[in-house]
Structures are given as structure tokens and as C-alpha cells.
Design a protein. Structure first.
Length: 119
């Protein structure tokens, strides 16, 4: 993950990422990245594909934010069932833009659907 906006504008990053598992982050200065793009077309292609991927993720987040919280959670479960099992509820709730208690209610409702109302 990278802050494409700050990379393009040359500003300091506006956010930081945190890893949920052990990893080895790679840090590049914008000038070094630009030199790699200039000298190696494969890096330029990789940079374009990463930028496209980040754009699609941002658009998905925007479009997904219009959905109600239960639908956002259902989509997350459908797309990333393994992550939902191992990521702490506070992180899932934050990602979904809800409180932990709201997420807990959503999970309960998925397990125990509402009874049908007879008219």
C-alpha cells in the first residue's frame, strides 16, 4: 500500500498503514521510484498496475460506503472469508465504518435472522 496522492504531489504521506501480521515493509523515496521507472520498463508497468489497483480499491470503498452496514459486512465476508475469521473485530468495525457493538449486532443478525412478520 502506498499513498498515491502524496507520491504524485510530492507531499508527505497523509496516513500510515499498520500490518496485522509480521512483514518486511519496503520504503522508497519518490526520486528513487522515478529513477526505477525511467530505467526499467517493468517497474513502470508495475507502478501503473499498483496505481490502478489502488484506484479500484478506493472506488470500491466509496461505492461500498453507500451501502448499509450489514450489506458492507456481507460483501466483506463473501470476498474475504479467511480475513474475517482472523482479523480482530475492532479492525473490521473500523474498516466498515461502524462501532464494534454495531458489528456484533450485525453478526448476530446474520446468525439469527429476524422472524417473518405475518400480515
Amino acid at each position: 500500500m502506498f499513498d498515491l496522492h502524496s507520491l504524485i504531489n510530492g507531499n508527505k504521506a497523509r496516513f500510515h498503514d499498520s500490518a496485522l501480521t509480521d512483514c518486511e515493509p519496503i520504503t522508497l523515496k519518490a526520486t528513487t521510484l522515478q529513477r526505477l521507472y525511467d530505467e526499467h520498463k517493468s517497474f513502470e508497468r508495475l507502478g501503473r498496475r499498483l496505481a490502478e489497483h489502488q484506484y479500484l480499491q478506493a472506488m470500491d470503498r466509496i461505492l461500498n460506503s453507500e451501502a448499509e452496514a450489514p450489506e458492507r459486512y456481507k460483501k466483506l465476508v463473501a470476498e474475504h472469508p479467511d480475513l474475517v475469521k482472523v482479523v480482530a473485530a475492532k479492525y473490521l468495525a473500523s474498516y466498515l465504518g461502524v462501532t464494534e457493538s454495531t458489528l456484533s449486532k450485525i453478526k448476530r443478525e446474520m446468525v439469527r435472522p429476524r422472524p417473518k412478520v405475518l400480515s
